[in-house]
Ligand binder design. Structure first.
Ligand code: OGA
Ligand code: ZN
Ligand code: ZN
Length: 387
């Protein structure tokens, strides 16, 4: 990498292909690469992305230039390839810019380059009941950053992982969650204790069966990751159950498109209230991203408020809701496993729905600790580990 042109980022950009030719057009610079790709870069885009120390503060690597302070019709006096293989642009106003070819290729926006970037984006690997559960060892995750990265990639792409060999000391969960980053606190605490209690402020803190759900659907932003760490599990029952919510939503889209549409469009309110708090969130059960892909599931029957939809929509909403819940009960989607002391689940709470069977507290104690970490923290840790 050419240091003179490397100020704009903390990452490094490998040289994919060298610059082979540069041609200045009326509104853009046309770059030809050694592998014959052609990438136009508008003059404004190049000036906007100048990585020089005047345009980007070298300490933060954040931009100080605002493009509106440069003439809209600013033209290069000259654009060419310099002795180090960088794109060099001398502007009519006297400024000059140099672009590292690795960086430039990584940000090229010709159709082919953009399609390539789209292809390379991490994709959810959908799973069903036969998932080969990704399992990791606590000690390795605590001491080896490559093991940590492999775990985090599985959390990101599969959305369900198990870690074994975790100490059963209360609070141990904190140490491993902090290998990723900050824990997201909630009204249930930094760590929450999942135990059957007389004064339960959630059905989670009873011995009831908990149907498939996401945690905190009552918040505008549901926690990205959820951890459940088993300290004691002597009670009969209480097995953990998981489904890939994205796999169910995609199947629903194929098998019952009307129901899918209703769950994407009709908002449902989720509520969580006790003597001191009252959280409510109104949102559709299935969220789609800008490309129409399923990006989030929001679901917890025990936290749902009464449906409030138009008279015309109400029967459609019930039909869609029943269909979705019925699918979460289908064996083809469900993975069931009992969690033992010293094991923990770490899963994508906005994708993978979790449940537990009822347990019998008369047969023994059961104590899990849980916590949340936001998805931003996971993705940032992955990118830093990949640098
Ligand atoms: C929860 C929960 C699962 C369990 O506390 O939100 O889903 O196995 N617990 O107790
Ligand atoms: Zn500059
Ligand atoms: Zn839960």
């Amino acid at each position: 990498m050419n240091t003179a042109a490397a100020f704009a980022d903390f990452r490094t950009y490998p040289l994919i292909s060298a610059l082979a030719g540069v041609q200045t057009l009326a509104d853009s610079v046309l770059v030809k690469w050694a592998d014959d790709r052609v990438s136009p870069f508008h003059h404004q885009w190049l000036r906007d992305n100048c990585p020089c120390p005047q345009c980007v503060y070298t300490v933060t690597r954040e931009q100080v230039l605002e493009i509106v302070d440069v003439a809209q019709d600013l033209m290069p006096d000259n654009a060419g390839i310099d002795s180090e293989g960088c794109l060099s642009v001398a502007w009519q106003d006297g400024h000059s810019s140099r672009f590292d070819p690795g960086w430039l290729r990584a940000h090229a926006y010709d159709d082919e380059s953009r399609a390539e970037r789209q292809q390379r984006k991490p994709k959810a690997r959908l799973w069903h009941s036969d998932l080969q559960l990704p399992v990791f060892e606590y000690q390795a995750l605590m001491s080896d950053s490559d093991a940590l990265l492999q775990w985090l990639l599985a959390v990101r792409d599969v959305g369900l992982t198990q870690v074994r060999g975790v100490p059963t000391e209360p609070g141990s969960l904190k140490l491993i969650a902090q290998r990723i980053s900050f824990i997201r606190e909630s009204n249930f605490g930094v760590l929450f204790n999942v135990q059957s209690k007389a004064d339960a402020d959630s059905n989670a803190y009873t011995a009831f069966n908990l149907p498939l759900h996401s945690d905190l659907p009552t918040r505008e932003l549901q926690p990205g990751l959820q951890f459940l760490h088993c300290l004691v599990n002597d009670a009969e029952g209480g097995e953990s159950i998981f489904v890939d919510g994205f796999a169910i939503a995609d199947t629903l889209r194929l098998e019952a498109p009307e129901a899918f549409k209703s769950l994407c469009e009709i908002p449902v309110e989720f509520r969580n209230k006790d003597r001191h708090s009252d959280y409510r969130c109104l949102a559709p059960i299935i969220a789609l991203d800008a490309l129409g892909q399923v990006s989030e599931i929001r679901m917890a029957n025990f936290l749902r408020g009464p449906f409030d939809a138009s008279v015309e929509q109400m029967p459609k909403l019930y039909q869609a809701y029943r269909r979705f819940i019925a699918m979460t009960r289908e064996p083809r989607f469900r993975l069931m496993q009992r969690l033992n002391p010293g094991e923990l689940w770490c899963f994508d709470n906005r994708r993978t729905l979790h449940a537990r069977n009822a347990f019998d507290p008369a047969t023994g104690a059961r104590h899990f600790q849980g916590c949340y970490v936001d998805r931003d923290e996971l993705l940032s840790r992955i990118l830093v580990l990949q640098r």
